[in-house]
Design a protein around this ligand. Structure first.
Ligand code: ADP
Ligand code: MG
Length: 355
């Protein structure tokens, strides 16, 4: 049974639409991520759920009850803001205990709970420090501990890692995921970072211009995106259109860079297709292999990014991005003037045509 239902909510600020007709459920204990570019409406959705602002239309239900009349402090929600918003004049322990004060916990209950949470977030022995005496990563751990201290039924996290450097961010997102699963708390997590969303989430909602583009598990969205926006946002950079024609043993897909021959099991059926090509499923070789769907290409750009080398090749002046594992063999390949690109059928995914 879903614990939280968001039903057709919309919100305007003056004349600009921040979110439009958004509906989703948060399942019991799941980590649901709102993923979208800056300005897509992620924070607005969290603020509506928390009751910090009111929707223009639509409903939010907690365990089937409409909560529109319930003020923020009675909604039993933990909120971690982008800026952490720790109280600078309170110690770490006092920050964590803050939400317990108004809920009538006894002194020993509070002390026990604070000790338990310091341990949970890996800050044992740091309860007497002040926020300014902590690193950014430690501050975000305090914010998380403070949010979950009163045992809220829902946790809202608004880009809690965006202020941290990369290695710390990767570290902390693992910690957040572990803590979330340990405490089994239903969570709505907001980020604009697709890698972070894929690693941490049970499900992802992709937002753009205040609307839901697509919903799915990280695997579903990456391996079988339906929308062009999803494919692009998740890093599947090669998007094309083409005309599909039946052939004796399958199909011919006519594109701007040439024709692709596809088997009879190819999923596309309509004549005009929009499709994506996974950069990591492409094959580059220094000699022609005479396989099907092989094109002679020239190199436009090589970007070494660490584990992956991203190479933009050109087929008839059309750029196609290829991702290779950065091993020694890969290095030889992109130093060659003439290369041969093979596009295997399994590198192609059919997308919905844009309206
Ligand atoms: N208080 C506000 N007043 C006016 N416009 C706002 C306000 N809050 C958000 N917006 C606008 O609503 C849109 C969505 O904002 P927001 O939810 O903060 O996006 P995100 O968190 O995805 O970056 C943006 O265009 C933003 O400028
Ligand atoms: Mg935001």
């Amino acid at each position: 049974m879903p614990s939280i239902r968001v039903r057709n909510i919309s919100k305007k600020f003056e004349d600009s639409i921040a979110i439009e007709d958004i509906s989703f459920d948060v399942q019991e204990g799941e980590l649901l991520t709102l993923l979208g570019p800056s300005g897509s409406g992620k924070t607005t959705v969290l603020r509506l759920i928390a009751g910090l602002i009111k929707p223009d239309t639509g409903q939010i239900l907690f365990d089937e009850k409409d909560i529109s009349g319930i003020p923020t402090e009675e909604r039993n929600i933990g909120f971690v803001f982008q800026s952490y918003a720790l109280f600078p004049h309170l110690t770490v322990a006092e920050n964590i205990a803050f939400g317990l004060e108004t809920r009538g916990w006894s002194r020993t209950e509070k002390e026990d709970r604070v000790r338990e949470l310091l341990q949970l977030v890996g800050l044992e022995g740091k309860g007497k420090r002040y926020p300014r005496q902590l690193s950014g990563g430690e501050q975000s751990r305090v914010a998380l501990a403070r949010a979950i201290a009163p045992n809220p039924s829902l946790l809202l996290l608004d880009e809690p890692l965006s202020a941290l450097d990369v290695s710390l961010r990767e570290n902390l997102r693992k910690a957040i995921r572990e803590i979330q699963q340990q405490v089994k708390i239903s969570t709505v997590y907001v980020t604009h970072d697709q890698e972070e969303a894929m690693e941490i989430s049970d499900r992802i909602i992709i937002l753009n211009h205040g609307r839901i583009v697509e919903v799915g598990t990280p695997r579903e969205l990456y391996l079988q995106p339906k929308k062009v926006f999803t494919a692009q946002f998740l890093g599947i950079s090669n998007i094309f259109s083409g005309e599909l024609e039946p052939e004796t043993n399958g199909f011919k897909l006519k594109t701007s860079f040439g024709a692709l021959f596809l088997s009879s099991t190819f999923p596309g059926k309509q004549t005009n297709l929009t499709f994506a090509i996974f950069p990591e499923r492409l094959i580059l070789s220094t000699t022609p292999t005479k396989k099907q769907n092989e094109f002679e290409v020239t190199i436009r750009e090589v970007n070494f990014t660490g584990a992956v080398t991203s190479i933009t090749v050109e087929v008839k002046s059309i750029p196609i991005e290829v991702h290779l594992t950065s091993n020694i063999n890969a290095k030889d390949k992109y130093q060659n003037a003439h290369l041969y690109l093979t596009i295997p059928e399994e590198a192609i995914i059919v997308l919905e045509n844009e309206a």
